[in-house]
Design a binder for this molecule. Structure first.
Ligand code: AMP
Ligand code: MG
Length: 401
């Protein structure tokens, strides 16, 4: 049985990041950028008005006040998107809307609120300084600036920056397509009546949720059968349009656990089966050409924890991320925990802020069948193979999800 760290190394070693593709901006949120982006123009393109007002020569407003307004004659009205037809002379003004380019000859803009129109004469009640209310060309992005670098995880603001510099189809790493196939003859749909021996299918929903949460596209393939021939067909079908196949159930020692037998029979190579971890020990990892297969145990908590520990790093590597782990933080442990084995344990914890510190406590029973413990949790506590207990007040790292 291999250790968690070894398992993660084997997964990353066998995961290839596919070639990046050009995607429409609208589909790029959260994706990793695969090229450097340099601005080929100034943004804004030219000096323009920051307000609705009047473009002036600032010297024409000298000493202007309510009692003694400057009087300027109106040459034209300039909407945003148009260029002024006149060059501004002394004693003249051009009415200008926010965003419209500053007319030739003008060097300041008076806000409309500080003016009054009297026929074709504009009264200006306040002196303006040179360049007042003017947004300079290149103020946002100046020509030649590298605005985004390869590896950037694209945020909403980044999409706006890409749009501003005219990049409608940036080069990005696509989201991994992840097929989900849960297995077990006892598994029934959530809307079926629960009877003795039956278990409602929760894994399909937790796993699809996790795929989406960690930046993949889930494709659910329903409930697989505990029969080798049926499973083989379902597995091959699920693999067809996927980068990763995640199954749940059927990888333990039961008489009807056929999943691990099916993978070699379809030509997949088993990289490891069983990790020294709790929960999630029977986890199975295979490669199938460039595709990956994760056989997760059926217990609802085991499948979720194994997903976080083993599937997430593979998904992140495929999606072009450079950090494959979950975000970590330090917290003070509240409670007591001890274990009797040399497995790495992943405990379900509740991380919260108490005064200046973060504390973490356990969700209660850590049985791998208690899905509610995952629902209550917001972090995992990793207890390494050699660590046998966590004492009350001990400072530990937790992985947030
Ligand atoms: P297995 O790994 O197939 O031995 O399943 C272990 C346990 O997880 C059994 O109690 C199953 O009933 C339960 N289980 C398996 N698949 C699911 C599922 N899709 N949803 C909820 N529980 C499941
Ligand atoms: Mg089963």
């Amino acid at each position: 049985m291999i250790a968690v760290k070894q398992a993660k190394n084997l997964i990353l070693k066998n995961t290839k990041t596919p070639a990046p593709v050009k995607f429409h901006l609208a589909k790029c949120l959260g994706l990793v950028l695969a090229e450097n982006i340099t601005a080929k123009e100034n943004i804004p393109f030219s000096d323009n008005s920051a307000v609705d007002g009047y473009a002036v020569k600032f010297s024409d407003t000298k000493n202007a006040s309510v009692e003694n307004p400057a009087k300027l004659s109106l040459l034209e009205i300039l909407p945003a998107g148009k260029v002024a037809q006149n060059e501004l002379q002394n004693g003249k003004t051009i009415k200008i809307m926010t965003g419209a380019p500053i007319p030739k000859g003008a060097n300041s803009v008076v806000m409309v609120e500080q003016t009054k129109k009297n026929d074709n004469q504009i009264l200006v009640f306040k002196e303006v300084k040179e360049q007042q209310n003017i947004r300079k060309a290149g103020e946002d992005i100046s020509i030649g600036t590298q605005v985004l670098s390869e590896g950037k995880i694209l945020t909403s603001a980044d999409l706006g920056v890409l749009a501003s510099v005219g990049k409608l189809f940036p080069l990005v790493f696509p989201k991994p397509r992840v097929a989900i196939l849960v297995t077990g003859d006892e598994i029934i749909a959530p809307n079926e009546p629960l009877t003795e021996g039956k278990v409602r299918n929760s894994n399909e929903f937790t796993l699809c949720g996790q795929v989406t949460e960690f930046g993949g596209i889930p494709f659910s393939h329903g409930i697989g059968k505990d029969s080798k021939e049926e499973l083989k067909k379902q597995v091959l079908n699920a693999l067809e349009n996927a980068d990763i196949l995640v199954t749940s159930g059927g990888v333990s020692m039961g008489d009807f656990d056929f999943v691990q037998q099916v993978f070699p029979e379809i030509g997949a190579e088993i990289i490891f089966h069983k990790v020294n971890v709790k929960p999630g020990k029977p986890v199975l990892f295979c490669t199938f050409g460039k595709k990956l297969i994760f056989g997760l145990p059926g217990n609802p908590v085991s499948s979720m924890v194994a997903f976080l520990q083993f599937v997430v790093p593979a998904m992140k590597k495929m999606a072009g991320f450079s950090d494959f782990s979950l975000p970590k933080t330090k917290a003070i442990f509240k409670g007591n925990f001890s274990k009797q084995d040399d497995k790495t344990h992943f405990l379900r914890g509740i991380l919260q802020k108490e005064g200046e510190n973060f504390t973490v406590s356990l969700t209660g029973t850590q049985s791998s069948g208690v899905l509610r413990s995952m629902s209550l949790a917001n972090c995992l506590l990793e207890v390494s193979e050699e660590k046998m207990e966590i004492k009350d007040g001990e400072e530990i790292f937790v992985e947030m999800f």
